[in-house]
Design a protein around this ligand. Sequence first.
Ligand SMILES: *Cc1c(COP(=O)(O)O)cnc(C)c1O
Length: 456
Amino acid sequence: MSDSDTKTLQEYDRKYVWHPFTQMKEWEEEAPVVITRGEGSWLIDNDGNRYLDGVGSVWTNVHGHCHPYINSAIKSQVDRLEHSTLLGLASEKSALLAKKLIEITPIGLEKVFYSDNGSTAVEIGIKMAFQYWRHIGKPEKTKFISFKNAYHGDTIGAVSVGGIDIFHEVFRPLLFPTVQAPSTYCYRCELSTEQNSGRCNKECLDQLEILMEQHACETAALVIEPHLQGAGGMIVQPEGFVSKVRELCNKFDILMIADEVAVGFGRTGYMFACEKESVTPDIMALSKGITAGYLPLAATLTTQKIYDAFLGDYTELKTFFHGHTFTGNPIACASALASLELFEADDLLNRLKPKISQLQSRLESLLELPHVGNIRQLGMIAGIELVKNRETREAFDWAERTGIAVCREARKHGIFLRPLGNVIVIFPPLSISSDEIDFLMDGVEKSILSITGKTD
Ligand SMILES: *Cc1c(COP(=O)(O)O)cnc(C)c1O
């Protein structure tokens, strides 16, 4: 095929593709790596160069690329049924997957509403919570509590509950207002004062409680990324935070929406992050890892209580009028089912434990590098925050884009990474081997040194 030489593909990309979260002026000036194959933890470009997928193709890949078991599940599903709608029909794989999801998610979640990406999974949660209060006769509960540094996706509702100014501020006039609680960004805590001299008394929780008390009557739900704010910079919440949030939601009669789009499906060492402190949210959003990184699929789970509030005669208009065309797509559901079978067959969560320890010790040794300010890890997820000055915690100027430079350097070492500002993200497939973890962390270390070493 004459189309598939690298130069031609690069030219078509440059000419026709508008890339996400990308300054296209810069993109147009360089020749991108064109990925054409995947194999386990590796991405392979059109010229045969291999890159270890250090961010699991943006936090989606679980069992490695082109896993034979998932591949064959998808192939046999394609030969059976590629798609049929859930509007007016049930389907085999969506029913089987829903049952399975209810079995493995925290006790109390009973119903599955499908969509096809993380943003919609959150939007659905928001709309469900909003409408729930109308149905039970508390229509004044319309507001949402969100967190600074939160990321819940890019559609308008999801952006409304987001808290990353650099992405979200420009859209402010389009958004619904929320009550914003402080982030648990302990390394740069905005709440530490001279009186507490940086000692953590969980002031963020006190503030949250004050906000909840003030706004309880008008608040429908609180939206949280449990245990780890992902796109905000891999910000890990202190122990006890999530269970306390659950307690406060109960106290003030506010629904808890847990966005596990990034942290779900084993990433934290638990199947779902909420399990860590035995929390059941009222609504849970899942996507990214749900199909092991194969296909777009999302699910919003909720309780019997919320579901029941939507039951009534048709003319009462209690129906949840929401639905996406490809809801519950059979091929996507088949890949999700196959992925969950692999979790069990491979005893994946148990086999993850030594890998998590290995990653931890490799991360700890990075603290010796002069520009590594803070390292945050939760299970197989990590963020390495690079700083200009370690003593003062002075950040690198965002416009310098040190994070990007490090990730670019990593390609020379056969590693694909994508940073969040000056935070280097480690988010590999859970199937990564011990040798590959060493390969990844060796490359990360060398790349950080060669980019920031000089600026000391
Ligand atoms: C990625 C992400 C989303 C958005 O998912 P999309 O599939 O990109 O719409 C929402 N919430 C969290 C926590 C995420 O990490």
